[in-house]
Design a protein around this ligand. Structure first.
Ligand SMILES: [Fe+2]
Length: 390
C-alpha cells in the first residue's frame, strides 16, 4: 500500500480528494483552510463508537469544536435530516463532516443544506422534479467507511420520506462535498454483509454508467477502470478485510465509478432498487446485488459491444465469440462473483413480497435512471424483471 497521502482534483467534479493511510488527519487542515471553528460530525451509531472517530474528535479539540450527531439510520429519513439540521443550527456549525457509508454521507450533505434553510428537505419530496437549493449549504467533508456508494464525489443524496414511503434521489450541484477523505484504515471494521453490498453497489454503478445512454469516451474510461478494480479486489476485501492493499484498491474503484455516474446517471437496476429499500428496508447495496444480473440480462442485447467489453474488463476470455455471446459472458461473470462472495440472489431471501411488485414497478418508473438506460423500459418490463428476481 502506498504510504503517502495524495491530493487530487478531477475534471468531472468540484471535490478535492485526499487519499492514503491516515488521511483523516488531513481533514483538520481542510477545515482550517475554510476558516471553520465549529463543525457538525454526522454519522451512525456504530461509526460514532469507532476508536478512530473518537481519537479524531479529541485531536480536533482546541482548534475545531465538534458536535456529534450520531443518529443516522440506514436509508436516512427526512425526519433525521430535520433533526440533524436543528442540532447543527443550535451548535452554530460552520461545516459538516460526514463519516460513514452512503447513508451517513447522504444525510450529511442533506443536513448541510437543511442547516441553511429549515424545512428544505421536506420541500424536496416531489418525484420526477429537479431538486432546488436557493441558498448556500454549509461546506461538507465526506469520510467514507465503506467502498461502495461514492457519495463522497457525487451531487446526489438519497432520501427516504417516511410519510409518503418514497425513496428519492436528490441531485444538485450544491450537494457536492468540498473534500473527500479516503482512508482505507476506516474500511476494515465494516461487517461482511456491508462489504458485500457496498462492493456490489460500486460494481452496479460502474456497469450501469458504462452502458448509460449518456456515457462518453471519458466516462467510459472511468467506469472501465472501476470495473477492472472491483473485479480484482472485491473477493479479497470480502474474504480478508485486513488486506489494506485490496481495501485501498476497492475504495479507489468505488470513487472512480462515482466520477463516471455523476455525469451519466445509472440505469434499470438503480431505478428498481429504490422501492426495495423504501418498502422493505433492503439495504441499497443488497438490492443492487440481487437485481444486477437480472437488469443486465434485460439490457445486454441493447449494447452487445458495451457488455462484451464489460466481460473483458471482468477478466472473461471472449476472443472469437459472437458479440452477443461475449456480452452474455458479462452477466455470467457478475453471477459468478456474486456466488463467490456468497451474496443474496433472490428478493424473497430478503423479505420482499411478490404482491408488492405492481407498486414497486410504479414507484421505479419516474426515476431519472430509467431515461438513460440503454434499452427502452416500460412498466411491464420492470414488472417482468422483478418477477425474475423474485
Ligand atoms: Fe448505488
Amino acid at each position: 500500500m502506498s504510504e503517502t497521502i495524495k491530493t487530487e482534483c478531477f475534471d468531472e467534479v468540484p471535490v478535492r480528494v485526499v487519499s492514503g493511510p491516515g488521511a483523516l488527519e488531513s481533514s483538520k487542515a481542510c477545515l482550517a483552510g475554510m476558516g471553520v471553528t465549529r463543525a457538525l460530525l454526522v454519522c451512525g451509531q456504530s461509526v460514532g463508537k469507532l476508536d478512530a472517530v473518537r481519537e479524531y474528535v479529541d485531536a480536533c479539540r482546541g482548534c475545531i469544536d465538534i458536535t456529534i450527531f450520531d443518529e443516522v439510520e440506514p436509508d436516512p429519513s427526512d425526519a433525521t435530516v430535520r433533526r440533524g439540521g436543528a442540532v447543527g443550527r443550535e451548535a452554530g456549525a460552520e461545516a459538516v463532516i460526514a463519516v460513514g457509508g452512503g447513508s451517513s454521507m447522504d444525510a450529511g450533505k442533506a443536513i448541510a443544506a437543511e442547516i441553511g434553510e429549515e424545512g428544505w428537505v421536506v420541500a424536496q419530496d416531489h418525484p420526477g422534479e429537479p431538486t432546488e437549493i436557493a441558498h448556500e449549504p454549509l461546506p461538507v467533508i465526506c469520510v467514507p467507511t465503506t467502498a461502495g456508494t461514492a457519495s463522497e464525489v457525487t451531487p446526489f443524496a438519497v432520501m427516504t420520506y417516511t410519510e409518503t414511503e418514497r425513496k428519492l434521489v436528490l441531485s444538485h450541484e450544491k450537494l457536492y462535498a468540498r473534500c473527500a477523505i479516503l482512508d482505507a484504515n476506516l474500511l476494515v471494521s465494516a461487517p461482511r454483509q456491508v462489504r458485500v453490498g457496498a462492493g456490489m453497489d460500486a460494481l452496479t454503478h460502474a456497469i450501469e454508467s458504462y452502458v448509460s445512454k449518456q456515457a462518453t469516451t471519458e466516462t467510459r474510461k472511468r467506469s472501465a477502470e472501476s470495473i477492472r478494480g472491483i473485479a480484482q479486489h472485491l473477493r479479497t476485501v470480502v474474504g480478508n478485510p485486513e488486506d489494506l492493499n485490496a481495501q485501498q484498491g476497492m475504495q479507489r474503484a468505488a470513487m472512480i465509478a462515482g466520477l463516471a455516474f455523476s455525469k451519466t446517471r445509472l440505469g434499470i437496476v438503480h431505478a428498481m432498487a429504490l422501492p426495495l429499500s423504501a418498502l422493505f428496508h433492503v439495504p441499497h447495496g443488497i438490492a443492487n446485488t440481487i437485481l444486477l444480473p437480472h437488469g443486465m440480462r434485460f439490457n445486454y442485447t441493447a449494447d452487445p459491444a458495451g457488455f462484451a467489453e464489460i466481460a473483458r474488463l471482468m477478466g472473461e476470455s471472449v476472443e472469437g465469440l459472437p458479440e452477443e455471446e461475449a456480452a452474455l459472458r458479462a452477466v455470467q461473470a457478475v453471477e459468478r462473483l456474486a456466488t463467490d462472495i456468497d451474496a443474496p440472489r433472490r428478493m424473497a431471501e430478503v423479505g420482499v413480497e411478490a404482491s408488492a411488485i405492481p407498486r414497486m414497478a410504479e414507484d421505479a418508473m419516474p426515476s431519472a435512471h430509467v431515461k438513460v438506460n440503454p434499452r427502452e423500459i416500460t412498466l411491464a418490463d420492470i414488472m417482468r424483471v422483478y418477477e425474475r428476481a423474485m
